[in-house]
Design a protein around this ligand. Sequence first.
Ligand code: SF4
Length: 908
Amino acid sequence: MGKTFIEKVAQRLRIIPNLNRRDAEGANGPLRAYPDPNEWHDHVELDANEWPKMVEKRYSLVPTTCFNCESACGLLAYVDKDSGQVSKFEGNPHHPGSRGRNCAKGPATINQINDTERILHPMRRVGPRGEGGWERISWDEALDEISTKIRDSLKTGAKDRVVYHVGRPGHEGYTNRILKAWGVDGHNSHTNICSAGARTGYALWHRHDRPSPDHANAKVILLTSSHLETGHYFNPHAQRILEGMMDGAKLIVIDPRLSNTAAMADHWLPTWPGSESALFLSWASMILERGLFDRDFIENWVNWEEWLEADHPGEPREFDRFIELLREEYAQYTPEFAAKECRIPVEQVIEVGEIVANSGSKLATHVWRAAAIGNLGGWQVSRTLHLLNVLTGSVGTEGGTSPNSWSKYKPDLFDIPPDPDGWNELHFPPEYTLSHYEMSHILPHLIKDGRGAMDVYFTRVFNPVWTYPDGFSWIEMLQNEESVGCHVALTPTWNETAFFADYVLPMGHASERHDVNSYATSSGKWVAFRQPVLREYARREGKEVEFTHEVNPGEVWEEDEFWNELSWRIDDGTMGIREHFMSPYREGERITIDEYYQYMFERIPGLPEAAEAEGTDPLGYMRKNGAFLIEEATYNKHEEDGWPTPSGKQEFYSNSMVEFGYPEHSIPHYRVMSHVHPDNLQGEDEYCLLPNFRLPQHIHSRSANAKWLAEIAHRNPLWVHPTDATKLGVGEGDLLKVETEIGWFIDKVWVTEGIKPGIIGCSHHIGRWRRKQDSGNRYMTNEVEIEDMGDGKKRMRTVTGVRPWMSDDPDTNRVWWRDGGVHQNITHAVQPDPISGAHCWLQKVKISRPVEGEKYGDVEVDTNKSFEYYKRWNEMAKEKEVHPRGERRPLWMKRPLPPRKEHWFIRE
Ligand code: SF4
């Protein structure tokens, strides 16, 4: 891959070494960043611990990918040839997305694999669920018992009682294939607390539901996110934003909080949460008024005629008339109106609007989390943001914003079972007709409401008791064996949800498992291979390894092999499941993991040729290099393929919105007032709690067992603007009580100008806990007591903060921090948006000083109140429920693991 301009400059200035120098000989060669892959099995470098003695160490460098966020950056595991263990992780320079770089969470993978508290053996519950009693069992016992329960459920004919609930998939289609083989509509995800709001806005335009901004080539980079560049595509995007800026791009960040990205911006617009659509529409109006729109793109690729036909039937179907009518339609969105809604100066609206309006086809935009997932009507934020791309003609262009699916490789699988023969109404209840993903955040309420139950429930990279709003309702659901017959937690480490499982099965970290990854982190398309590094090291050393657990620590399995083995055991020979697990290469025999990936890699365009050039096969190429660039750039694909919408165009006008009962939203507008709009806050004591931002070092519950990350960040104080601190009469470190609709928590104050007045910020990535009887994650967890006070009321109090402890790792006894933060998420009410289905994270809160007896870290919640509150929000969807032609949802829209077409219709 050619070097970028930034790399060339950085290389000349010696900020980075010359990557072309491959002439080093052992540890005495010149300094260089990385050895050539041909030298990776015999890499020599000096042992830093032996300095000043020059002691050489020999390594085998094995590529894999990081699993600490969605970006799947390349990692190189340094396997020490003396110990046969991984010594450290660095970046993989041959990974096209990350190009050798990582954020702090990548190298911290070494902490996770060496965590002294990780789970090493299968565990089965002893005593009542959730009380903390466990016994070690064999994998055979676990597999036999769980497969029997699944078989029993499947044999009833139910298609919705075996469920796999995933936080972060980290692979491409593996478990969907498994669920299809079982015949269940059993996929659930975390997306409705994450990106479903933004996805809905994009899907309305062009079915593709995520943007892929080409930051590196942009003229203007416009970000609307609470943690965009500290979370999603963090490192790959951050490096490209910097490249764009060094080439002269302007960075605009819209966020009520001064994030790390906002701090680097040319323009920071601290808008009031939920007002962003007003801002974007005012800029759209400026573009139209100034004639700066891309006539060619809009005329040819937007369904403007459908709008004229539906809403202006008496008007001529002429493009110029359309533009005139559009100007009139959006004339209401003046800069003054936007400034009032956003609570920012009108001069800033105009100044930044001019930059956006003049960006032409090089406007790179992104919205993730934050506004789109924070607010009632958050989906209209991405819809109006994309309108700016449409008007400027920057959709799919170099330097513009493309659909992410253009840059995402979809693998060819060796066997595709039929689509599920059923529809799971616990995941897609009929009243959420446009919900883009599963209504996972209201699952406990749907079950409490008598809408169904589960026989076997898998949670995997998923910790809703802690991560989700209203965690006590999750505990109630998990503890009720009639709601959840059996709960199996697949996890490398203990977490708050695993405490309420029947089986806890240890799964591998990033370097202990197989996955294939492909993400739209740039304008190109790449595929990467997450591989168990000790298995590859053993292969290089000429040792036979049949299963990954043979080389993993303890009895840690990888999930690919787990699902295959479980599926095999479910089928008693009569269920047709085993036929989906047969080798495509060896007649009548079970498929192996190597064969699974061999089949896939043989079909990646260009890979067989690249492999041949290196004298290997496609699997060998991926084992050796870890990643492959399929396409350098993926611009303007619509010119060949069109847009996958009913009109075949970008849908400015959505007939689906009209048909499904929302005619007021037929075109992008600002017609839903957020639940935290200032008009909805009662008086001076009510604030907007902004809880949905991420710290760069943490990622929900996965990073807790990484000691380096925990040392850097372990508290989540309340961000309070000085004017609010004065009003509340508090200073740094004072305690405040934050009261939500269903409970309250007590946290410490951090006075900062980095938050908009009227908004209280608090990261939801901290505040982990364990009870006296629980294990694990002591770098990040407070020990707490949970008290059931009756009538649905629960109380959690901190017994002790983080403390050092003795273990084989001396660092555990060097832990100096004591404050593990506060679990605020558990006090949040669920707030499902009636259109996108997304949880609206922002909370209306009352702020006061704690009264006597209330202490830091205290939490109280009333789950009866939370159920009643859920019903009020649920009513909004029910009131609007319509099913044109009997369709549960628009047939053309995507759905995870789509069932057979006949199930997309409501049965009378
Ligand atoms: S950005 Fe994500 S994938 Fe990349 S190193 Fe950081 S945590 Fe890992």
